[in-house]
Design a protein around this ligand. Sequence first.
Ligand SMILES: NC(=O)c1ccc[n+]([C@@H]2O[C@H](COP(=O)([O-])OP(=O)(O)OC[C@H]3O[C@@H](n4cnc5c(N)ncnc54)[C@H](OP(=O)(O)O)[C@@H]3O)[C@@H](O)[C@H]2O)c1
Length: 311
Amino acid sequence: MKAVIIKEYGDATQFEVTEIDKPVLKKDEVLVKNVASSINPIDYKARQGLLQSMFHWQFPVVLGWDVAGEIVAVGDKVTEFKIGDKVFARPDIDPIGRNGSYAEYTAVKDDKLALKPENISFEEAAAVPLAGLTALQMLRQLNLEAGQKILIQGGAGGVGIFAIQLAKIFGAFVATTASENNTEFVKSLGADLVIDYHENTITEVLSDYDAVLDTVNDIEGGISILKTGGSFVTISGALTEEQKEMSDKHIMTGWLQPNGEDLSFLGKQIRNNNLKIVIDSTYPLTTEGIQSAQKRSETHHARGKVIVKIK
Ligand SMILES: NC(=O)c1ccc[n+]([C@@H]2O[C@H](COP(=O)([O-])OP(=O)(O)OC[C@H]3O[C@@H](n4cnc5c(N)ncnc54)[C@H](OP(=O)(O)O)[C@@H]3O)[C@@H](O)[C@H]2O)c1
């Protein structure tokens, strides 16, 4: 099958299209013929070699963790899905590093899958799993309740866009940070208060918040706007021992746990038109396409998701 690989850690020029074997299915997996995938910051962090302490991969490595496509084979133990189902998923990160979604086929464990909402394209579906699941699970980790005030950092980013909309579904008051050119955009998603982070720090504007979702590694700022008993989670930075041990606030690190049930919840919101999907740009599954897609993501100013069209 066609796949985009890296043979060593480095910059975006490491990517190249090649032919590799299709994944061999385990009994609890399905084989998805990918129609689209998407780029996430973990891709370039992994490509740069920054995650070597977590992942012990063997080159060549296939990156990519958003799958949208059609099932073409099912393992013996799979009962909930069948050949022909149109699905989306954030697959597991495999120990060898060969099962990424920058490829024509990806093997996905059945408990990570959900049926693709019929009212969106495969490209839109590919925008959802990693970023959408992260947003949902972090809001749950914060125990966000109706009427509470939350700051969502990076409102125009992949995670931020889902987090703003989900926090509004949960009934919260949402403040977010964005560049000036994204102010009206994040308001259109439901943000109640927007801070242009080039002009003001969050501590100049906000205080006494119930919750903070930190996507930009502003841990000190986020903690300092919390009220006593408030909750903070970072998905992009490392806490100090002192921060972890704070007794009057709940200070946490968050990691997405891929899960088909949560993805089905997001699918339901999409079917009911409660959740908009925002695509920044789309690139083909070619050497130049993946290189350009990664460079776009690495600007840190994509508005929404960078998509890879595979078929
Ligand atoms: N732990 C986990 O499980 C997990 C899961 C998903 C993501 N993450 C991490 O979370 C982070 C965000 O991911 P993402 O997919 O949302 O990234 P992304 O889509 O690349 O974020 C791009 C957005 O970030 C905004 N931005 C850049 N610098 C900012 C700043 N200083 N303040 C506020 N906004 C800023 C930009 O908005 P403007 O153009 O308006 O400036 C842009 O729209 C990454 O570090 C990623 O690795 C972790």
